[in-house]
Design a protein around this ligand. Structure first.
Ligand SMILES: O=C(O)CCC(=O)C1=CC=C[C@@H](O)[C@@H]1C(=O)O
Ligand SMILES: [Mg+2]
Length: 372
């Protein structure tokens, strides 16, 4: 692969409406867009770290720092044959997975474009369409969340995920079941808000036929999740706890979960995401693709990844209008039928990136060239 230049842009975009989880409330996206240039093509990546370190330890500032001082200089001083080599190139770097993923995903896009194939094909995905779900934040009242669920059910989303926290859990799922019945594919995401002292509440969740409960316990735990899973009929799904292929293997072997959420950023890029997908497939564990309130670039990477066959549960891969008045990709991401998004047929991520919108949203920019 020829890589001649890299540009970093920090962009800030308001969300259509604030998004609240057990760890806080967000009202804008603040991320780094990476453009890598080579042989007349441009590959794009998008960092998924948030501005503050409450989902994981990375932030937009740490991502920028890692890219500027370590990852971009490293990449521009070495030869990379295939995007898979990037994981090996950055293997000596401890953690900072979201910074690594921001540039690794851009290289996958560049590689697919230089090869004239779709990103899904480059990854080995064969689905033409994917079923999608939506993630709904915490609101001041249960009624407001129920109204939001109604809106997204009407839009056809195939799976509804609601955010829960202690005191805003049983009442919520009970109200949703009462309004929509047991057939609605429903799950809850706790973002690590509980401990084993809350076992009674978590066991009560078993009464509501949830598809799964996501990351109920500590962000860095797989031991207590295994103990919890033994107590619950509802499958536990791990999100925050899985950073590496080894974490995934340990969680499977310990019985810490029955479903895995794969986020490209959390695991350091598409190569590792695919490895975890393959391992879960071998071990009979279904996976789905988690979202991080991405703009179009990140969403298109998620769509390509979701084209792999073991992504058998609809992921958090909602359409552009879920979060954005106007996306940075053209066309924006839309459903082709209720709850279904087409895997793009164009080379790489398959949609154009609107460079004008990017420039307008950019608050900081840096360009580095090979040999400069
Ligand atoms: O991007 C989406 O559509 C879903 C967003 C979402 O549910 C999450 C984003 C970021 C952090 C968390 O709150 C949560 C998750 O944990 O999966
Ligand atoms: Mg989650």
């Amino acid at each position: 692969m020829k890589i001649e230049q890299v540009t970093l842009r920090r962009v800030q975009v308001p969300l259509q409406a604030p998004f609240e989880t057990s760890f806080g409330r967000m009202d804008r996206k603040d991320c780094v867009i990476v453009s890598v240039y080579g042989e007349g093509a441009t590959g794009y990546g998008e960092s998924v770290a948030f501005a503050a370190p409450y989902y994981n330890e990375e932030t937009t500032d740490t991502v920028w720092h890692m890219l500027e001082h370590f990852l971009v200089p490293d990449l521009l001083s070495k030869e990379v044959k295939r995007p898979e080599d990037v994981s090996a190139l950055f293997a000596p770097v401890r953690r900072n997975h979201m910074a690594i993923a921001a540039i690794e995903t851009a290289l996958w896009d560049l590689h697919a474009k230089q090869s004239g194939i779709t990103l899904a094909q480059a990854l080995g995905g064969d689905k033409r369409e994917i079923e999608v779900g939506v993630s709904i934040g915490i609101e001041p009242t249960v009624d407001q969340v129920v109204r939001n669920v109604e809106r997204y059910v009407e839009q056809g989303y195939k799976r509804i995920k609601v955010k829960i926290k202690p005191g805003f859990d049983i009442r919520l799922v009970e109200a949703i079941r009462k309004r929509f019945g047991d057939e609605l594919p429903l799950m809850a995401d706790a973002n690590s808000a509980y401990t084993l002292d809350d076992l009674a509440v978590l066991k009560e969740m078993d009464n509501y036929k949830l598809m799964m409960i996501e990351q109920p316990l500590a962000h860095d735990d797989i031991i207590e999740h295994a103990a919890l899973q033994r107590e619950l009929r509802t499958p536990v799904c791990l999100d925050e706890s899985i950073h590496t292929l080894t974490d995934a293997r340990h969680a499977i072997e310990l019985g810490s979960c029955r479903i895995m959420n794969i986020k490209i950023g959390r695991v350091g890029g598409l190569t590792n995401a695919r490895r975890i997908h393959d391992l879960c497939q071998e071990r009979g564990m279904p996976v789905w693709c988690g979202g991080m309130l991405e703009l179009g670039i990140g969403r298109l990477h998620n769509i390509a990844l979701s084209s792999l066959s073991n992504f058998s549960i609809p992921g958090d891969v909602s359409a552009s209008k879920r979060f954005w008045a106007q996306d940075i990709v053209v066309p924006g991401i839309e459903m082709v039928r209720p709850g279904v998004i087409a895997v793009p047929a164009g080379a790489g991520i398959g949609h154009e990136v609107c460079e004008q919108s990017l420039e307008r949203l950019t608050v900081k920019k840096l360009t580095r060239s090979r040999g400069a």
